[in-house]
Design a protein around this ligand. Structure first.
Ligand code: F6R
Length: 366
């Protein structure tokens, strides 16, 4: 049932090219310039009239929501707030009938997310679900939704659920951008084409497995680890750190790279591995200067870079190359080596990768 893989987690990591494709199949018609999802088409007016989108989720799904915040604001120009469901539900939040709430949940059973949905509904918001498990409580409680087609995720650490959530949310924001005219025609078509070839690029990113394993063998005994990224890849840094802590029990923190100098830089010494997500687009130059700051304090730098990168390669102790893509889609690729790195470190430390201590696959109590 593990399909020849040693653990479900590894199998699920390797399934990502095909489940991302399953998630956009029939919804993304790149050559025709069409994105269609029943849940969006049926409620298009609600989305187009939305003054704000509030995303509620927990854990890795919350990280997917953060990536979506960047994508929705950039593509569809709709203000987005991303909330931990557990905080949102107890805060007496301000919710207006013109708010659209998107709840993201792999299991569809997370107690806090479910409670946040009920509260938003009571206050008149339209609530849209992004779930993986068909017929789950959250998929039934929401007004409409779109399923990720990741298939059953058995490993407790979320992997393919995360990348398929990002895929769906990207499709939604592109659909809205088209309706609102907030992306140029050429950009819209370019994103559709890029999204269509993403599965092949994810497959290429999986070829970093050997280097991830080598890096894992060097840093497996580190007591701490720092993950840095900017823009679209800031949430990927958070997700990379979560993946490492939950399965390997190494303390890890994710930060927006620019926040370094506001505190975390004090932690850097020659024993601290720092994983920096540095694809060539966007804030590349700024990330390079962040890397220089780490290097001058003797931190160990593991950088995820775009294939062919030379500048970071000169500074970093290790580089992991991923294929080039549109900046907004880089999280789908940069995530992959971080999953592999955590996996190998956990295996080398003798941890129970698929069922880490103290964790449950669905958190049905608050
Ligand atoms: C991390 C992880 C958890 C879940 C969180 C939300 O790998 O699996 O952080 O992401 O418990 O679960 P869902 O998405 O089922 O609501």
């Amino acid at each position: 049932e593990k399909g020849g893989y040693e653990h479900f987690m590894l199998k699920e990591i390797y399934e990502q090219p095909s489940v991302i494709k399953d998630t956009y199949r029939g919804r993304l018609l790149a050559n025709k310039g069409i994105i269609q999802m029943a849940g969006i088409e049926d409620n298009l007016e609600k989305f187009l009239n939305a003054e704000r989108i509030i995303i509620v989720a927990c854990g890795t799904s919350w990280h997917a929501g953060l990536v979506a915040e960047y994508i929705f604001e950039e593509f569809a120009r709709i203000p987005v707030e991303v909330e931990y469901a557990s905080e949102f539900r107890y805060r007496n939040p301000i919710i207006n009938p013109k708010d659209v709430v998107i709840a993201i949940s792999q299991s569809g059973e997370t107690a806090d997310t479910l409670a946040a949905i009920k509260l938003a509904k009571e206050r008149g918001a339209f609530v849209f679900g992004v779930c993986n498990v068909v017929g789950s409580s959250i998929s039934r409680e929401t007004h409409a939704g779109a399923y990720t087609h990741a298939g059953p995720e058995i490993g407790v650490a979320s992997t393919k659920a995360f990348t398929t959530q990002i895929t769906i949310l990207t499709l939604i924001s592109l659909r809205l951008a088209k309706a609102k005219g907030t992306l140029s025609n050429s950009d819209f078509h370019r994103y559709l084409q890029e999204l269509e070839v993403i599965p092949e690029k994810v497959a290429e990113a999986l070829a970093t497995n050997d280097i991830a394993k080598t890096i894992a063998s060097i840093y497996k005994d580190a007591p701490n680890c720092l993950y840095l990224g900017r823009g679209y890849n800031f949430p990927v840094a958070l997700e990379g750190a979560l993946k490492l802590k939950e399965i390997s029990y190494i303390h890890a923190e994710g930060y927006p790279a620019a926040e370094m100098k506001h505190g975390p830089i004090a932690l850097i010494d020659e024993k601290m591995p720092v994983i920096v997500i540095a694809p060539k687009q966007g804030h590349y130059d700024k990330v390079v200067s962040n890397i220089q700051e780490i290097k001058s304090r003797s931190g160990k730098i593991i950088a995820v870079v775009t294939k062919g990168d030379t500048q970071v390669r000169e500074l970093a102790d290790h580089v992991i190359e991923i294929p080039d893509t549109a900046e907004a889609l880089t999280p789908l690729l940069t995530t992959i080596p971080l999953q592999l790195l955590s996996y190998h470190i956990a295996v080398m430390r003798g941890c129970n990768v698929d069922q880490p201590r103290n964790l449950a696959k669905s958190v049905t109590v608050e």
